[in-house]
Design a protein around this ligand. Sequence first.
Ligand code: C2E
Ligand code: MG
Ligand code: MG
Ligand code: MG
Length: 289
Amino acid sequence: AAKHLGRNNFQIYEMSQDQAQQQDVALISRLRHAERNGELRVFYQPQVDAGTEDIVGMEALVRWEHPELGGISPGVFIPLAEESGLIVSIGEWVLRTACAQAHAWERAYGLRLRLGVNLSAVQLMERNLLEVVAGVLGETGLDPDLLELEVTESISIKEVPNLVENLEGLHELGCRIAIDDFGTGAASLDYLRRLPADRIKIDQSFVRNIGIDPDDEAIVRATIEMAHRLKRGVVAEGVEIEQHFEFLRANQCDELQGYLFCRPLPQSSFERLLAERQRLVESGGTVAA
Ligand code: C2E
Ligand code: MG
Ligand code: MG
Ligand code: MG
């Protein structure tokens, strides 16, 4: 039942499968109206350069605030959105909102921040994915080079027949590709070999064990080295404490994302962060996040 626990709602007892299913159906019907009712928001989490600690990019993360149920975590509603097909329109809304925002920030602050947007397997199966992305880039004016589409490793290359083709198409549009949650799928190395990825994002489950589990440390180190040998960039996710940071920096990880630097922020707070950074740059100070 843990998967059904939103942040501040739903029961804490074990549900029967039936009850769980009914709850899923009820949530899906609410999710159907979420976009139109303005219940969805995009939050942005900074990604920092491991050397300078300057903000170099951000990941767009969708949030759902239901008027009665409160905040529902993406871990709960994204799978339901995928199951119901709603992810196609929600994903497109996130993409359009985040690209427009990134372009607005580029103009306001003169910063070329890379924008990461998650794509679901369902979206990657859509035949018109390339048209949608090209359309959004055209409408919003964002430089395709600044858009990085994150593809999670749990997507099977077999289950998504046109995955490689679609990713190559996205490349041709000028976008970047990142493999998300790297190391957690069943076929990480196959993925790395077959997908036209520019970067990999080391999964939080490895980063969390830095300083705790020497095996996970070895995996993190080897992953960074392998990525670099393959001329790919590496981002570490879930960097929460100084010790993670030290280890990742010492092992040449390129970029870092995690609560140590910043939580995902609503638009207005992210803007304050950029304004503050601009003020520091103009006064000749340090720009660390
Ligand atoms: P993800 O793409 O791997 O995103 C990173 C997740 O890690 C986010 O969770 C973020 O809030 C969380 N995180 C960041 N730093 C830390 C940290 O230091 N410690 C810990 N414990 N967590 C950290 P979030 O926002 O709850 O999203 C969960 C997942 O939902 C995402 O994982 C992604 O797979 C999916 N998701 C979120 N937004 C979208 C979207 O717009 N489209 C699609 N298709 N999936 C999305
Ligand atoms: Mg991601
Ligand atoms: Mg993920
Ligand atoms: Mg991830």
